[in-house]
Design a protein around this ligand. Structure first.
Ligand SMILES: [Zn+2]
Ligand SMILES: [Zn+2]
Length: 235
């Protein structure tokens, strides 16, 4: 495998190990996903925006609300407005009564429910992340150094644990058990840690525990959500 496909994964795993002692635990695949999303948002408001075949797709799929929000924050109003101009006009063509499908109440209802499920950026990130997860499986099978990095992680979120296990489907049973052990250990030990931290957080609202130190529990609610959903909270 070319290094171009392994570098972002290795970097994310190394970064998570470096943060292990002092920082908030991070899932290395969340870092990879975040980077993929950033790259895609930069592309869509830059080079990709004017490419006709990509414009066809963005006109058709549109974007979800969180991705629109992230695009707005990038302050590139003109590329965003140009994309919206052709997206809106395509929508108008499809949904208007005189449009290509001659929209009836039934057709309109179906078209609108389909529209809500699509986002060009999310779709691209999901496709690229699936490829990255397969790359990570490939690296785990062939690179002993990478195996060490996996074992040194403090946490892997549930969404990406599930993702890596799906990517490893088809592997022989013995090997799959070893992969499961390596990737699930940081996930499950962090889950145990979170159980304690969130319980302690709840206790702190009981007057009997008022004077006890917060320990590691102050940010446990945010950390638990991140662990469960794989998403970083908006800052
Ligand atoms: Zn994750
Ligand atoms: Zn999206």
């Amino acid at each position: 495998m070319e290094t171009i496909y392994t570098i972002p994964i290795n970097e994310a795993f190394e970064e998570a190990i470096a943060e292990k002692e002092n920082g908030v635990p991070i899932c290395p695949f969340c870092t990879v996903a975040k980077k993929l999303e950033e790259d895609e948002l930069d592309l869509i408001l830059g080079a990709s925006m004017m490419e006709p075949d990509i414009r066809v797709k963005t006109n058709e799929m549109g974007f979800c609300s969180p991705c629109f929000d992230k695009m707005l924050r990038r302050q590139k109003r003109l590329p965003l407005a140009l994309m919206l101009e052709s997206h809106l006009s395509e929508l108008h063509g499809i949904l208007s009564k005189k449009g290509v499908f001659g929209t009836s109440a039934e057709k309109g209802t179906k078209l609108l429910s389909e529209l809500k499920n699509d986002c060009y950026v999310c779709h691209k990130v999901k496709t690229n992340l699936t490829r990255m997860l397969s790359n990570a499986v490939y690296m785990w099978e062939r690179d002993g150094e990478f195996v060490k990095k996996v074992r040194a992680q403090r946490m892997i979120c549930l969404e990406h644990l599930s993702g890596i296990l799906t990517a490893a489907q088809g592997m022989n049973k013995k090997k799959f058990s070893a992969l499961y052990e390596d990737f699930s250990t940081p996930a499950y030990s962090y889950l145990a840690e979170l159980c304690g931290d969130v319980s302690h957080f709840c206790k702190k609202f009981d007057y009997r525990y008022e004077d006890e130190p917060w320990g590691n529990s102050k940010d446990s609610v945010e950390r638990a959500i991140r662990f469960l959903t794989g998403e970083k909270l908006a800052k």
